[in-house]
Design a protein around this ligand. Structure first.
Ligand code: ADP
Length: 255
């Protein structure tokens, strides 16, 4: 906490990047990466003049390669920076491009930090209006060091309506406040499942927990996303829902 209050180390912008938006969650598996991917695609779809990038700093469980249907090693630029891989018009960088898909990362903290440093500083993004950063879940060293190393325009926090997820989302929001990163709001994911046969709606993880948390923390709800087969399939086939079904009711309704 001393380090936090001293505000060290100094923040330095990522070269060529105007706005950084981080997507975070307290717990894993709540839809953080799904939100990050679809947010990037939605920002690009919303205004075709905007250049959008996606940086996956979830080094232990990188999902971006699969979700964006990308594979392979980044080329190096003349100044020895890694060139992002491109799909759906989004420039992407992920630890998943640098290590074998099935290789376990048995890394000590320092190695994780040097990998993060590489992902933050050694990528040739060109000019980007928005860089969406898929954070690892939780409030550990990586989240802190990303928040302290680069200027962040805002954080989007993803949670299911389940108490245990909300508790951790609450901690995440507090962490960003401590390091002076504006929290843009909460995305409530998997709030309702509608049976495709009988149309009955079930609130598998609860109905509006994230809405309650948003009220407690005085934050906006940016979107409310149902649990839907199409979203899962879209992720798994690397054709994100915003891209594959832009008019679907099930797509991320981020405002
Ligand atoms: P996190 O990044 O929080 O670990 P992911 O975005 O990887 O979570 O999502 C976890 C799994 O749940 C993925 O397989 C994803 O496709 C699926 N998923 C996420 N949100 C939804 C949703 N609203 N409906 C259906 N499946 C979802």
């Amino acid at each position: 906490s001393q380090i936090m209050s001293r505000g060290l180390p100094k923040q330095k912008p990522i070269e060529g990047v105007k706005q950084v938006i981080v997507v975070a969650s307290g717990k894993g598996g709540v839809g953080k990466s799904t939100t990050a991917v679809n947010l990037a695609l939605a920002l690009a779809a919303n205004d075709s003049s905007k250049a959008v990038g996606l940086l996956d700093v979830d080094v232990y469980g990188p999902s971006i390669p699969k979700m964006m249907n990308l594979k392979g090693n980044p080329e190096l630029s003349q100044s020895n920076l890694m060139r992002p891989l491109l799909n759906y018009g989004i420039a992407c960088m992920s630890m998943g491009f640098l290590v074998e898909e099935t290789a376990p990362l048995v890394w000590r903290g320092l190695m994780v930090m040097s990998a993060i440093e590489k992902l933050l500083r050694q990528v040739d993004w060109g000019q980007l209006d928005y860089l969406v950063v898929d954070m690892p879940p939780g409030t550990g060293d990586v989240q802190l060091s990303v928040s302290q190393n680069i200027p962040i325009s805002g954080a989007v926090i993803v949670s299911t309506p389940q108490d245990i997820a909300l508790m951790d989302a609450h901690k995440g929001a507090e962490m960003f406040r401590k390091v002076h990163v504006p929290v843009l709001g909460l995305v409530q994911n998997m709030s309702v499942f509608q049976c495709p046969k009988c149309k009955h709606k079930t609130h598998i993880f609860g109905a509006d927990g994230a809405r309650r948390l948003a009220r407690t923390l005085d934050l906006d709800i940016l979107g409310d996303i149902p649990l839907h087969l199409n979203i899962r399939e879209a992720s798994d086939t690397g054709q994100p829902i915003v891209f594959s079904q832009p008019e679907s009711d099930e797509r991320c309704k981020l405002t």
